[in-house]
Ligand binder design. Structure first.
Ligand code: NAI
Length: 333
């Protein structure tokens, strides 16, 4: 198989080449968008990360393409309908980092609850006083877990380790999980009303687009916290800004932002001949969010541990191998 591999880091090349001896692999450092002139009539596989968006325009540059292997759980960066129309199979890595991402959600939560970023900054600035950094206990608080799949279930276990009360919401409640992990499901509205902390673990799709929005954000308990390690557009940015302004939300821990792809180089938004008004608006709102003293924003790095990355690469290599052997695994479309 001829593969184009868009690497995030240089070391991946040696690792992947060792494990995929027989294949013809062209490595590129960076996402597909940084190679706008790349076309290949004979390429059969693209191996990408979430920073490579694939739609009709990209697919037409690789007319023999048979497989897109994304090194991620989410696949909202791929136009599945367009891939299907081109006869291209899309495979993903469904279970590489459920503990990894849940651990990160708690890292964000603990940073907020114990004001760790602010306290650390004060020490770096030469101070050494706890005044101004009083936080709150997690024990006894109620956490609402939206999406009780692989990552959500780990978050529930962790919450229980902290002696928190757990409420779950899921489009497909898992009664067995609720019994095993001893938590109750509720409606979305009930969860938002009761939780001191809400953590999001749903995939991004048409149903979860703005799952938290201007209407239901009013249901959040006054002074609660939102943790988002799922996808930025699960939350309507305008609603988040408003909730932070009026104090409905006391703070937020966000590993993902709506339109986060624009954050890497915002000048591109400005030089476009027809600037996208909505994207500009969201970029502006993202700055308000990033500058907010009780918001912690990280650059979509919840997956990013040595162990998880190794699992992702191994699983992606297996996905490609299984596809070439005629028995594809982890197919999403
Ligand atoms: P999963 O598929 O195991 O669980 C997702 C859960 O959400 C399922 O229980 C599903 O029934 C539920 N769900 C789906 N649609 C829903 C809706 N409309 N309303 C309520 N519940 C709904 O997925 P997993 O492995 O737990 O990952 C969740 C998401 O986390 C991924 O799709 C990805 O977007 C994000 N993620 C983020 C990472 C990061 O680095 N920030 C890394 C890995 C995943």
């Amino acid at each position: 198989m001829k593969i184009h591999y868009f690497a995030s880091e240089a070391w991946e090349e040696a690792y992947v080449r060792t494990k995929m001896g027989g294949d013809e692999i062209a490595f590129h450092k960076g996402p597909l968008s940084t190679f706008p002139d790349l076309e290949d009539e004979s390429a059969e596989t693209l191996c990408i990360f979430i920073n490579s968006s694939i739609g009709e325009a990209e697919l037409s540059r690789f007319p023999s393409l048979k497989l897109i292997a994304t090194r991620s759980t989410g696949f909202d960066h791929i136009d599945l309908a367009a891939a299907k129309a081109h006869g291209v199979t899309v495979v993903t890595v469904p279970f590489y980092g459920e503990n990894t991402v849940a651990e990160f959600a708690f890292a964000l939560l603990l940073s907020l609850s114990r004001r760790i970023s602010e306290a650390e900054a004060s020490v770096k600035a030469g101070g050494f006083s706890p005044v101004g950094f009083r936080g709150f206990d997690l024990a006894g608080k109620t956490i609402g877990v939206i999406g009780t799949g692989h990552i959500g279930a780990h978050a529930i276990r962790m919450a229980q380790g902290f002696d928190m009360k757990v409420i779950g919401f899921d489009a497909y409640p898992n009664a067995e999980l609720a019994q095993t992990l001893n938590f109750a499901y509720a409606s979305l509205e009930e969860l938002l009303t009761a939780a001191d902390i809400v953590t999001l673990h749903v995939p991004y799709n048409a149903h979860t687009h703005h799952l938290i929005n201007k209407e239901n954000i009013r249901a959040f308990k006054k002074g609660s916290y939102l943790i988002n390690t799922s996808r930025g557009a699960v939350v309507e940015t305008e609603a988040l800004v408003e909730a932070l302004k009026v104090g409905t939300l006391a703070g937020a821990g966000l590993d993902v932002l709506e339109e986060e792809g624009d954050m890497a180089d915002e000048t591109l938004l400005l030089v476009q001949s027809h600037p996208n008004e909505n994207a500009l608006k969201i970029a502006l709102a993202n700055h308000y969010i990033i500058e907010h003293p009780r918001v912690i924003v990280t650059p979509h790095t919840a997956f990013n541990t040595t162990e998880a990355i190794t699992r992702i690469l191994d699983a992606s290599i297996e996905n490609i191998r299984h596809f070439s052997e005629g028995s594809p695994t982890n197919v999403v479309s």
